[in-house]
Structures are given as structure tokens and as C-alpha cells.
Design a binder for this molecule. Structure first.
Ligand SMILES: Cc1ncc(COP(=O)(O)O)c(C=O)c1O
Length: 389
């Protein structure tokens, strides 16, 4: 198996997981050792841990230009999404049960909304996964409790018009003088590539995950705008301002905060480095397979995502052969990769066959020209092996 081959592996699945940044590890290290205390304890060890936790909260708040009290640490984006959707719907008046979202959202969003039994309107996305502000506004009704749209699509890299929707919603709320519809954005895939100015986005809630920003796994952030009615979902102690009970993951919070601060400071360098690599990977693939279809917007797209459908090629087999050749890519989101053709690609209006022939490469901080060159060198051989028509 190539895991043990001497050839250096090429990792192009940074949307699934990022390695821990050395600077993040350095910030976390004391909290594995001497600063091990429980942040809720009153003694010196507890107070030390509490200081670390609150410094991490302040660092996240600063990176997002929000207040510390608006930051809740969770176990990841899935938990943040569960907490926000369930929490706001349970806290809302009973006649507010309608939600607006998109068919291209992460399964965490779609599954939670399905489970909550709300009436859900899917605002239509175009063939690139984009939605117009007008379409979102058209979907809103007097009983709409929540509008939720991811900032960057994890499968196709499309950047959605969050600030524009936020502005239009603020206008509605100014005229009705209500807090509803609340506006939420899953910004998990945005933090390395884009500046996250939360107040400019006009959201009431936003989530992030440590594992996608060169931070630790198992820790996430939920921003909850001050004044947002929300009922806690994990009950017990009074941690996280009563919004999420349980002993705080101080080391995780410290790591996530450092990772987010670095990601936000370095997002322009990230763009400068990855955009040309993305262009050459797209160009190279189109040269090898001229019928290849780019999934996602060409212009409204983060610099790290390359997603294509290769007609007549089975995406899963391609990913397995690439793996054997030492290259890590994926078919769709890692969370849905065992569930058949991607719901995101299908929502763009592509056939099941085209959805099944998609492959996603996601670039990261360590990606370089020679890696792209090697992918483009391996691809023709593998595609020739797999092509069925
Ligand atoms: C856009 C998006 N939202 C949510 C999640 C879930 O994040 P977590 O694994 O931190 O729960 C992911 C993970 O792949 C994601 O890409």
C-alpha cells in the first residue's frame, strides 16, 4: 500500500482536515501540563485555566470584531449548528417555525432542520451554487424564524453573498422592529481564505471549526449576537454563560483561538499563494479532460477549492487510485462521502452520473507547484484506466 511507499504523499484534502500549525501547538502546550486546572475551580490552578480560556475567547472575539460575551466554545461546527438552530427555534414564539436555507448546505444544517420539523424553504441556487439576494428575500414570510446560508461551500468553494443578504434582512428587521428572521452563517470553510468581519456580515450567529483552520479537532466556536433569544441545549453547569454546560476544553479553545488569529492575519498571503496553484490545477485538468465540468463558480470561489466532474469516470474509484498514487483527494465532503452522489453537485442541476464523477482537490498552506505538477502527471494514466465511455 502506498501509505508505506517511499514517495512523498501529496495531501489535497485540506477542506476535510488541516494539520496542526506549530505556532498553535506552542500556544496549547502549557494547557496540557502545568495549566491543567478546571476553569470553573476557585483555586489558583482553576484561575490559571480560566485566564487561558478567557484570553482565548478575547482572541476569537478580536479576530471576528465582536464582543467576548458573544463567543461560545463548543465541540465543533456541528454542535454549534445544533445549538443555534435548536436553541433559537425553541426560544422563538410558536408561530415562528419557518426556515430559509439552501439545498447546497452542509448535512449538519440539512439534518438538524429536518429533525426539528420546521417548514423549510430552499431558496434556489444557480448552476454555480450561487443564490441571489432577491431569491432569499422572496422566500421570507411573516413566520420565518431563521435564514441560514454557509459563507463558503465546503464541496465546491462557492462564496455566498452573506453581507448582501445580511443587509437586506437588517432592512426588514428595521421595519418590523423584530429580531426575526435571525440570520446564521456556517463560516467553517471561510476563515483561512476570507476576512471575517462579523458585524459587516450582519449575522446573528456564525460557526467555525478548529479542525479546518490548522487548529485542534473537537473544538468549535459559536458566535451568538448579543440579544439573540436562545435556549441552551446541553444542560448542567453554568459554563459558557449558561449556554453550553460541561467542563471547558481550555486547551482546545486556546488552540482554536490562536489558529483563527493566524488564519485571519495571513488570509491575504493564503490567497496570493493558492490562487495561481488553483488556476494551474484547473487548467491542467481541462487540458487532460477537455469535457471536464467545473463545479462551483469560477469567479465567486475561494482560492483553495478545485472541484470538477470528469464525465465517464467514477469519482470514488478515481479517489482510490489517486490515494494509491500517493495523492489524497476526495469525492465530496468527508461527512457525506459514504452516502452516494453529492447532494451539492446534484443541487447544481447536474445528473447523478455527473455528480458521481466529481472529484475535489482542496489546497492548503503547504501546497506547492511541484505537487500540482505531480497530480497532473498521474491523472492521465488513472483516468485512462477508469474511463468507461
Ligand atoms: C461547511 C462545514 N460545516 C460544518 C462542518 C462540520 O464541522 P465539525 O466537524 O467541526 O463538526 C464541516 C466539516 O466538514 C464543514 O465543512
Amino acid at each position: 500500500m502506498s501509505y508505506f511507499s517511499t514517495k512523498k504523499r501529496i495531501y489535497l484534502d485540506y477542506a476535510a482536515a488541516t494539520p496542526l500549525d506549530g505556532r498553535v501547538m506552542k500556544a496549547m502546550r502549557p494547557y496540557f501540563g502545568v495549566e491543567f486546572g478546571n476553569a470553573s475551580s476557585v483555586h489558583a490552578e482553576g484561575r490559571m485555566a480560566k485566564r487561558g480560556l478567557e484570553a482565548a475567547r478575547a482572541e476569537v472575539a478580536e479576530a471576528l470584531s465582536v464582543r467576548s460575551e458573544e463567543i461560545v466554545f463548543t465541540s465543533g461546527a456541528t454542535e454549534s449548528i445544533n445549538l443555534f438552530y435548536k436553541g433559537v427555534i425553541e426560544a422563538a414564539p410558536v408561530d415562528k417555525r419557518h426556515v430559509v436555507t439552501l439545498a447546497t448546505e452542509h448535512m449538519a444544517t440539512l439534518r438538524v432542520l429536518q429533525d426539528l420539523g420546521c417548514e423549510v424553504t430552499l431558496a434556489p441556487v444557480d448552476k454555480d451554487g450561487l443564490v441571489s439576494v432577491d431569491e432569499v428575500m422572496r422566500a421570507i414570510r411573516p413566520d420565518t424564524v431563521l435564514v441560514t446560508m454557509m459563507y463558503v461551500n465546503n464541496e465546491i468553494g462557492t462564496v455566498l453573498p452573506i453581507a448582501e443578504v445580511g443587509k437586506a434582512l437588517a432592512k426588514i428587521k428595521r421595519s418590523t422592529k423584530e429580531v426575526y428572521p435571525l440570520f446564521f452563517s456556517d463560516a467553517v470553510q471561510a476563515a483561512c481564505a476570507l476576512k471575517l468581519e462579523v458585524t459587516k456580515l450582519g449575522v446573528d450567529g456564525l460557526c467555525l471549526s478548529g479542525s479546518k483552520i490548522y487548529g485542534p479537532k473537537g473544538v468549535g466556536v459559536l458566535f451568538i449576537k448579543k440579544g439573540t433569544p436562545l435556549k441552551a441545549q446541553i444542560l448542567g453547569g453554568t459554563q459558557e454563560g449558561g449556554r453550553r454546560a460541561g467542563t471547558e476544553n481550555v486547551v482546545g479553545a486556546v488552540g482554536l483561538a490562536r489558529a483563527l488569529a493566524i488564519a485571519q492575519i495571513e488570509h491575504e498571503d493564503y490567497e496570493k499563494k493558492l490562487r495561481p496553484l488553483q488556476s494551474s490545477l484547473f487548467a491542467g485538468i481541462l487540458k487532460i479532460v477537455p469535457q471536464a465540468i467545473i463545479n462551483g463558480s469560477r469567479t465567486q470561489r475561494v482560492c483553495s477549492n478545485v472541484n470538477v466532474s470528469l464525465p465517464g469516470v467514477d469519482g470514488e474509484a478515481l479517489v482510490m487510485y489517486l490515494d494509491e498514487a500517493g495523492i489524497a483527494a476526495s469525492t465530496a465532503s468527508s461527512c457525506t462521502s459514504s452516502a452516494g452522489a453529492s447532494h451539492v453537485i446534484k443541487a447544481l442541476g447536474r445528473s447523478d452520473r455527473l455528480a458521481e464523477s466529481s472529484v475535489r482537490f482542496t489546497l492548503g498552506r503547504k501546497s506547492n507547484k511541484s505537487e500540482i505538477k505531480r497530480v497532473l502527471k498521474e491523472l492521465p494514466r488513472i483516468i485512462k484506466l477508469l474511463k468507461i465511455d
